[in-house]
Design a protein around this ligand. Sequence first.
Ligand code: UDP
Length: 469
Amino acid sequence: MGEESKHVAHCLVLAYPAQGHINPMIEFSKRLIQRGLKITLVSTVSFWNTTTPHTLKSLSSSDPQNIQVESISDGYDNGGLAAAESLEIYKETFWKVGPRTLSNLIQKLASNNNPVDCVICDGFLYWALDVAKDEFGILGALFFTQPCAVNNIYFHVYKKWLELPLSESEYLIPGLPKLAASELPSFLYDYGSYPGYFDIIRNQFCNIHKADWVLANTFYELESQVVNWLKEIWPLKTIGPCVPSMYLDKRLLHDNDYGVSIYDQNIDSCIKWLNDKTKGSVVYVSFGSMAGLTEKQTEELAFGLKESDCYFLWVVRDCDHAKIPKWFLETNDSEKGLVVTWCPQLLVLTHDAVGCFLTHCGWNSTLEAICFGVPTIAMPLWTDQITNAKHIKDVWKMGVRVDADEKGLVRRESIGNCIKEILESEKGNEIKNNALKWRNLAKDSVDEGGSSDQNITEFVAKLAQLCST
Ligand code: UDP
């Protein structure tokens, strides 16, 4: 008999079905594959059905180096959340069907001679940790797709160390700067809004004591104080920014895209349009994959962009297109302002022509701006975005923030002033320099010997050790 082949640890990586959740988990998976692990990436049947098929094919090609893709069910295989009557009903069904189909999948993989050693689950899908630990007795990790600052705030809520509804005007939470109530995630100060999402977010911590690891898509240097605090109570490892390697350390050759996109990216039209523009002249505007502006807010933004007379590339998803005012569509010169339904955000943010990013401050968009040193105009809408915006402006000092009026509407003047401030003022230059400082720290953290690189190496070594005992 020849030498017994070495056991390769197999991780099942389970992502909540949303663009902003799957992107970082794919990038983390690629870093694990680079270190010799086997990965099965799992999301819901309905999610895979909405992604552009060529990308999924390239992820799951027969090359053993590539990620294997599998599905579980959320109970709505034809349509996902959009097919459910409400988020609350969707969640209730998913939470019943998901664990059962995950369990079936782990059994199927085992019977195909491909047993799972460790389940790495999105914090939103915390029940997968119970399946891994209680049903199969295998290793389990929680993966947080939001910053540690926000995880800590929600953990305080879960523990009832922070009482709701809020009663103070300011809060001092360990590891964080002093936060006004209005700088906490929206689910806290707007208590009772989106109860379904809030319930998921609060419960992320209900079984955290079972986790062998808690992984967070952030990097130590960005959030050192809160990471130090949380490391005392969780087996926490910061492993981000989970952004394709070719934009950072370039050690994963050809890794220049997440690999999954929920919409067509309009690559040619965006890049061709940007190629004609002078360096640093374009405002890139996007509010991510989930939240939308109201009709009134869309109109104010349209006025703000038009009146500022800047070049702009504005992403308005198909579902929000009807909110764009008619006058805007009729008078817009597409050489001045390009409106697309989705774009290749990484290519856009790293394009020389882009001078700033008007963003909703979703965590992936925030990290991408950090990784590429792009100054930002923060226009947060809900959930963690509010707290991320606070950090962007006041802690990392790599952006400005729009002001809302007493009705919560961001007026065209505020949008115009922010654009001017970033693109034309002395303060704008300071902000750009700070953004570049963070870019270098982000790159260092994932490069050889950096804080996240070391944490991933330690995770893999420990996993190998535990799998062989
Ligand atoms: N994104 C993209 N094209 C777009 C807009 C967004 O590829 O036109 C990507 C973006 O790069 C990011 C993700 O979608 O990785 C959005 O995640 P984020 O956390 O910023 O926001 P969410 O969609 O979760 O609100």
